[in-house]
Design a protein around this ligand. Structure first.
Ligand SMILES: C[S@@+](CC[C@H](N)C(=O)[O-])C[C@H]1O[C@@H](n2cnc3c(N)ncnc32)[C@H](O)[C@@H]1O
Length: 279
């Protein structure tokens, strides 16, 4: 894979997704707060500390930490998409948080001094990066000695049908190639072994890893389809690149495949993350 090309495409995709994340920011946090709250509880931020959030998206995991840092502490909320940083800035203002610096920053090349932060949060970010080893190495560099990183990545594809249902349809129809093993993407860090390898090679001790469940509920198929097309990164862009007729076919096939996930007139889509804490 051409990683430079991947970086450019991923950056563009996430800029395109920013309005969708803005629109559904409350919903995203409600369905996923168990994941973010696990990370913040494990990181255990203290008043006066400087905490960095990477790939923050709408920023809520970092905001849960910011409220614990007091006036003397500081959250640095970052994302490589300037549009996403604006979504986070808006959300932080809504929450009345004023101890936050918002910055556009690529987690693979952090514009921060070494030993300059007390803790790092990164929810659903590292596995999407072209070189997660570089990003974890940078994380270690900017952390003070003894500082910790809490992060979350998606567990195995089989346990995340919210994502694999449309992806499977796109692959079966030949619209996108099957993911290359080891290539960046939703499931590139979906095993404990891979997480341990990346984390320890970056200079951290063996991480604590715990599964956290996420249940996505959708009122009907159109609600789910809106989520897939407005929020789901590479899947959304693959669908958008198709002619209208092919998009309609992918939608119909996804609806058929999602039949087993119907409940109470809507859809209940399970998901599992692997949350990790390392120091
Ligand atoms: C799935 S979203 C997660 C957003 C947020 N952390 C959350 O959990 O709700 C992935 C985010 O990672 C960001 N991202 C992807 N690659 C990045 C990189 N190399 N550096 C910084 N941010 C990146 C995207 O812009 C996007 O906002």
């Amino acid at each position: 894979m051409d990683l430079e090309q991947y970086r450019r495409t991923s950056h563009d995709i996430w800029g395109e997704m920013a309005p969708g994340w803005d629109e559904r920011r409350d919903w995203i946090w409600e369905v996923s707060r168990a994941v973010g709250e696990w990370m913040v509880a494990k990181l255990d931020p203290q008043p006066g500390q400087r905490i960095l959030e990477l790939a923050a998206g709408a920023g809520d995991t970092g905001f849960a930490a910011a409220s614990l840092l007091g006036d003397e502490g500081r959250l640095i909320s970052t994302d490589f998409s300037a549009d996403m940083v604006e979504v986070a800035r808006k959300r932080g203002a809504e929450l009345g948080l004023d101890n936050i610096d918002y910055r556009v920053m690529d987690a693979e090349r952090m514009d921060l001094d070494s030993d300059s932060v007390d803790g790092v949060l990164c929810r659903w970010g590292y596995m999407l990066m072209a070189d997660p080893a570089a990003a974890l190495g940078e994380t270690r560099r900017v952390l003070r000695p003894g500082g910790r990183v809490a992060f979350s990545v998606w567990a195995e594809p089989e346990r995340n049908p919210w994502a694999t249902t449309p992806m499977g349809v796109l692959v079966s129809a030949g619209h996108v190639p099957a993911p290359e093993p080891g290539a960046p993407g939703l499931f590139s860090m979906s095993s404990r072994e891979r997480i341990e390898e990346l984390v320890t090679q970056a200079g951290f001790d063996t991480p604590e890893i715990e599964e956290v469940e996420v249940t996505f509920t959708f009122t009907d198929f159109d609600d789910y389809w809106n989520f897939v097309n407005k929020l789901a990164g590479a899947v959304a862009m693959a669908i958008a690149s198709l002619p209208n007729e092919a998009q309609a076919q992918v939608k119909a096939d996804t609806e058929r495949q999602a039949e087993s996930l119907r409940s109470d007139g809507g859809y209940t889509m399970p998901g599992v993350t692997l949350n990790a804490l390392a120091s």
